[in-house]
Write a protein that binds this ligand. Structure first.
Ligand code: MN
Ligand code: MN
Length: 460
């Protein structure tokens, strides 16, 4: 159903299904505050559904056959799940790909300092944020500190009711005369996104006594020393759970909808699969917000290597040409969020080609900026197949562009997978205030995305 308000189409029973599905999503979003945590959660959900770790299968020389459920993990930050199909892998897969990293603040490698008897943590923001949105909010710290001997200490402070939280200060309006003259990009600057970490001085300590005191606490509770931050990955994120938004509870306000909303819906769609013709895959990647780079981003050879390993385990084939065929013959939904029309900022959207909250999953034939630059422009032949599948299953779907032509733009992982000559189109959930600490989605769109992904796996 193209461009229809899903809420108007639903029966009471369906509305209950929408609400129930979103309870699971809110839980995932509230717990999955980092890519590492999303990987952990995904593994838990997958193992509960009978998925087995590829590394262990390979180590034990186990066979892989149609109907097997397998997951592969890369450095704790990205992963792929497979339900092995009846057809040979070289005939292609049906892939749902989404990213599990979200905009945030990362601690610098040497983050801790003292200023005016405050212990502070220096950060470097990750992804495209409006810096002024990240001040005066309760923030939590998540991540790992790895000691020289390899011991890994997991940090998660700020989520539990009785946990302390952290925060970034901002000037009071009374003294902000100079600040308010600045442009939005400069009103809060990157080097000012420093987290307040403590204020009690350690008794009898002469220099930097507050810093010394927080270090003592870190040492006592976690066994962490100042130098251990050098080998740490700690992310500063909004503290607290995802919540219902609106008196009618129609929306979810939460941190990290981009792109965990597509990750979760893709994941559950694949977890639901029992048997399939073509191998079904859910591909969850890291580093999308900074260009899909590095070993755990979509540009990494990891996925290709994983397919090669799968193939070798399935039929002993060590032929790279078969891997190439598997990739080229695959069809994919690059599942990423879209910009939703905001009633307060109508001027940036062109309504005929914009996504609306509540109108279902969004297909972006292309993304990009300034003349489609950086986009994967999906083939109409492929889009036609998708339309058929959507209508077959009565999915509410819409199409959109990322705002008005000269307004800006953005990208996804679609073009990277497109490099393999695979058919890829962007498909996801519309988000309001994307990249803000608290983003908004419609529960109907979350549910329709899940249904759309299932329809894609079953029908395309
Ligand atoms: Mn995204
Ligand atoms: Mn993004």
């Amino acid at each position: 159903m193209y461009r229809k308000n899903a809420w108007k189409e639903y029966t009471d029973e369906q509305i209950k299904a929408v609400m129930d599905f979103n309870e699971g999503y809110k839980d995932f979003l509230s717990k999955g505050k980092t890519e590492r945590l999303c990987v952990e959660l995904t593994k838990e959900l997958a193992e509960a559904k009978g998925f087995r770790n590829l590394d262990e299968i390979l180590k034990n020389g186990g066979e892989i056959k149609a109907g097997d459920k397998i997951y592969a993990e890369n450095m704790g930050k990205n992963m792929a799940l497979f339900v092995i199909g009846e057809k040979p892998l070289a005939e292609g897969m049906r892939i749902l790909g989404a990213h599990i990293d979200s905009p945030r603040l990362d601690l610098k490698q040497n983050p801790l300092y003292e200023s005016e008897e405050f212990a502070m943590l220096d950060t470097h923001y990750y992804g495209g944020i409006k810096k002024y949105q990240w001040v005066t909010l309760p923030l939590a710290l998540h991540g790992v500190v790895v000691k020289k001997d390899g011991t890994k200490i997991t940090l998660a402070i700020g989520e539990k009711e009785d946990d302390p939280v952290f925060g970034i200060t901002d000037l009071l309006p009374h003294l902000a005369a100079d600040q308010m003259q600045k442009t939005g990009a400069k009103i809060v600057e990157g080097e000012n996104l420093d987290v307040t970490f403590g204020s009690i001085p350690l008794k009898d300590e002469k220099k930097d006594a507050v810093k010394a005191n927080v270090l003592k606490i870190l040492e006592d509770i976690y066994g962490i020393e100042a130098e251990d931050f050098v080998s740490a990955e700690i992310e500063v994120v909004p503290a607290g759970k995802a919540r219902d938004l609106g008196l009618d509870r129609s929306m979810v306000m939460g941190y990290g909808h981009d792109d965990r909303v597509c990750a979760y819906t893709s994941l559950v769609a694949v977890l639901d699969v029992e048997n399939c013709e073509y191998t079904n895959c859910c591909f969850l990647v890291d580093k999308e917000e900074i260009g899909s780079v590095g070993a755990t981003g979509a540009q990494s050879l990891w996925m290709e290597n994983t397919i090669a390993e799968l193939m070798a385990a399935m039929d002993g084939s060590e032929s790279l040409i078969k891997v190439r065929r598997a990739m080229a013959n695959s069809k994919m939904l690059s599942s990423d969020v879209s910009a939703a029309v905001d009633p307060l900022y109508l001027s940036v959207s062109e309504k005929k080609n914009a996504a609306f909250l509540g109108y279902g999953v969004v297909f972006n034939k292309y993304t990009g900026a300034r003349g489609k630059s950086g986009s994967n422009d999906a083939n109409p032949e492929y889009m036609a197949e998708i339309r058929r599948a959507m209508d077959e299953e009565k999915i509410c779907y819409q199409t959109s562009e990322l705002g008005k032509v000269d307004q800006g733009g953005g990208g996804t992982i679609a073009y990277i997978m497109g490099n393999y000559c695979m058919n890829v189109i962007d498909a996801g959930v519309p988000v309001m205030n994307m990249h803000a600490p608290w983003e908004v989605v419609s529960k109907a769109d979350v549910y329709e995305a899940y249904r759309a992904y299932k329809a894609f796996l079953a029908e395309v």
